[in-house]
Write a protein that binds this ligand. Structure first.
Ligand code: ADP
Ligand code: MG
Length: 703
């Protein structure tokens, strides 16, 4: 990487080496994710404050509108520290500029008194009001400055950058660090956006954009500079995704799978129900992809319980029928076991081998399975992510289905692709967290999408209630009456073990419920720290109806399918994310009984209140996903961990949807025209894309 790094010197220059940056500042900067000069430049202001030309205090007195931002220069006439009621410290000062005086007051900043002593001169900036016959500024900025010293920013209005900061780094520190870098940005950051694309978008150069956001000459500079920086990030990811799409397509070599009418018929007869129109449409889209040697790269999205598994099984059986192998990959053992169970039910009597491979498969069995996969005697395998990370050879892997994509990073998909027979296998990724359009475009720009919109027939909507902890006795009393009539109930709690946070945990909840409302019932428990066999036993007992209640952590969040369980109580619901709550609720309402889900919680933050309100009002996964995105922001919604990609520093998918479309269009045009980015003027772009996304996306450097 050293030759490529040299293209962008700012990335290798550490802030710790900058003049005036000691180890303490360097550590504080590191906490903000700033290590290099490049990072520092990309730490852009989140807003700007207008700085006005200096005025005399007398002039202000006659012209001021209360609340207006002003700048005056004056000499401290008097200072005092006041300790008001409630222990609030206040510093008051009077300054004079020779015309008349004004008052300054600072709250909760006792240290300011040390900077102010009678006779000290400085510039004062802040919002000015008339207060008890005086002009007063509360919490002003104070910058020491001699009476005759010229101000660098004179010459009318200036916009002062306000940076995201921490307690350890004062606001103006960023100005002082970044300011001197601005004239030399060209020598520190390489501008990889091809000139033609830049002009077409009407954007300034990277260096100009940096100057526009950090030190705007005019207010309209700020959005333009910001636009350029956001475009850079969006465009670079879109270029990387387009390159990957191209590379995947041209890797070719996937097995072409023809689905004859006889095969179609045989598979449909294996399924325990007839497929819904949405399922059939998805299957048609998939079989069309499978028919080609160009690898399928498709996302199947559908709300919880919409029946994605049947679609996956159809495709896998089609691959097997064509004489190849298929793999179904799940994020958890619980879910892999669940899929194995559905397969077992469908494949009884079929002359076909298949295997379940997870972290708890005994060694001897594992060895036999691996041999069967590499020899080809096992055509179908269900397993956890270990299937991808381990050195497993397939004789002829034609199709890989990855369930619950939201737990599965882009980079893992790339790892999977390397496992294909000869070329890449066809891949189908499934998600029950519908991905809002902008996010799908940003992070899955390389995927085709099939959507299941409608649930299978006969479902009853889940009745949802949100109540406070004071109502939990009522809730459990009512739930008990329904259990007594034959229904089963999940109780979800946030903690596995007792903790200081006072959250409900599995063990004590089991004990509590057995001793009170659920006396005489059989209560099971399942959580992530159980061994696979204990967890299996607990799930099986619940599925078979031997336990009526299952106390669980979020391990049951995805995939678990027990149609007779029609009741769910979630304690400390305020602790869970919105998508998580929706997934959890999706565990009930799978049978024909009218289901009930009760969220018990006492939210203390606005976000938590909002989450519970949304979940109470809507059962629509798409709407909930949009709301979730709005509450959490895309960083969290599709954070680094989930997407496997470095986060954006400036781009904001909530606000930059349109810019993203421009970036996507420009990126696809460029990659269509020059898939290897080897035209003149594209070298820096290729290096940047490979550097930032190459390993996460499994991009080959073919240039
Ligand atoms: P998800 O999309 O959440 O993975 P599943 O595939 O687990 O959903 O399906 C949820 C439930 O719906 C399962 O019990 C499954 O057997 C049932 N199901 C799926 N498709 C149909 C259908 N076409 N008709 C009736 N029931 C169906
Ligand atoms: Mg599923």
């Amino acid at each position: 990487m050293s030759s490529t790094a040299a293209l962008n010197p700012g990335a290798t220059l550490s802030v710790a080496a900058m003049p005036g940056v000691g180890s303490r500042t360097a550590a504080a900067l590191a906490r903000l994710g700033i290590g290099s000069i490049e990072d520092l430049l990309w730490h852009v202001p989140h807003r700007h404050e207008r700085l006005l030309a200096e005025q005399s205090i007398t002039a202000l007195d006659t012209s001021l509108t209360d609340g207006e931002l002003v700048t005056v220069r004056g000499e401290v006439a008097a200072v005092r520290s006041v300790r008001a009621g409630g222990g609030r410290a206040r510093v008051e000062a009077t300054i004079s500029d020779g015309t008349t005086t004004m008052r300054l007051v600072w709250f909760n900043s006792p240290w300011i008194a040390r900077k102010l002593h009678p006779g000290a001169w400085g510039i004062v900036q802040g919002k000015c009001t008339h207060f008890r016959g005086y002009l007063q500024i509360a919490n002003p900025q104070w910058t020491p400055m001699r009476p005759d010293e010229p101000r660098a920013d004179l010459g009318g209005a200036r916009l002062r950058p306000i940076y995201p900061t921490t307690e350890d780094i004062p606001q103006d520190r960023f100005e002082k660090l970044i300011g001197p870098l601005l004239p030399q940005v060209e020598s520190m950051l390489s501008d990889w956006l091809p000139e033609a694309d830049r002009l077409q978008q009407g954007l300034p150069s990277l260096a100009d954009a940096m100057r526009m956001v950090h030190s705007p000459a005019a207010p309209e500079d700020v959005p333009l500079g910001r636009r350029r920086l956001a475009f850079d990030e969006l465009y670079l990811l879109q270029v990387a995704l387009a390159m990957r799409r191209w590379q995947v397509r041209h890797a070719g070599g996937s097995c072409a799978i023809a689905v004859t009418e006889a095969v179609d018929d045989a598979i449909r007869r294996r399924l325990p129900f007839s497929l819904t129109p949405d399922q059939s449409t998805a299957i048609a889209e998939i079989t069309q992809d499978l028919h080609s040697t160009v690898p399928m790269n498709r996302l199947l999205q559908g709300d919880v319980g919409s029946g994605k598994t049947a679609v996956a099984v159809y495709a896998l059986l089609a691959a097997v029928a064509a004489g190849h192998q298929g793999a179904l990959v799940a994020p958890t053992e619980l879910l892999a076991e669940q899929h194995a169970r559905s397969l077992r039910a469908m494949l009884t009597g079929a002359p076909m081998e298949w295997a379940l491979l997870t972290g708890s498969t005994p060694t001897a069995e594992r060895r036999a399975i691996l041999a069967g996969l590499s020899g080809g005697s096992i055509p179908l395998v269900v397993g956890t992510h270990a299937l991808l990370t381990e050195s497993i050879d397939f004789k002829s892997l034609a199709l890989a289905v990855i369930d619950e994509q939201h737990r599965f990073g882009v980079s893992q998909r790339a790892a999977l692709r390397a496992k294909g027979a000869g070329g890449a296998p066809h891949t189908l990724v499934m998600t029950a967290t519908p991905i809002p359009r902008t996010l799908a475009m940003a992070f899955f720009g390389d995927l085709d999408v099939s959507t299941i919109r409608h649930l299978p027939p006969g479902r009853q909507p889940v009745a949802t209630r949100v109540v406070g902890f004071d109502r939990s006795d009522d809730v459990y009393r009512y739930v008990r009456t329904r259990i007594d009539k034959g229904e089963q109930c999940y109780v979800v709690v946030p903690a596995v073990e007792e903790s200081d946070a006072g959250l409900s945990d599995v063990a004590s909840t089991v004990e509590r419920l057995r001793a009170t409302h659920f006396q005489g019932l059989s209560v099971g428990a399942v959580h992530g720290r159980l061994s696979a066999s204990d967890r299996d036993a607990a799930m099986e007992a619940f599925r078979a109806g031997r336990t009526q209640v299952l106390v669980a952590t979020v391990v049951i969040e995805v995939g678990v399918d027990v149609p007779n369980a029609s009741l769910m109580v979630i304690e400390h619901a305020e602790r869970f994310g919105l998508a998580q709550l929706h997934q959890l609720r999706g565990r009930v309402g799978r049978g024909t009984a009218a289901s009930l889900c009760v969220f018990i919680g006492d939210p203390t933050t606005d976000d938590a209140r909002h989450r519970l309100k949304v979940i109470a009002e809507s059962n629509d996964g798409f709407r909930i996903a949009e709301a979730d995105l709005a509450i959490r922001g895309p960083g969290d919604f599709f954070g680094e961990r989930q997407s496997g990609l470095p986060p954006f520093r400036v781009a904001d998918l909530m606000q930059d949807g349109l810019l993203l479309e421009h970036a996507r269009a420009a990126a696809s045009r460029r990659v269509a025209q020059s898939p290897q980015l080897d035209l003149p003027g594209e070298r820096l772009l290729r290096v940047a894309a490979l550097q930032r996304y190459g390993s996460a996306l499994g991009l080959a450097d073919v240039g």
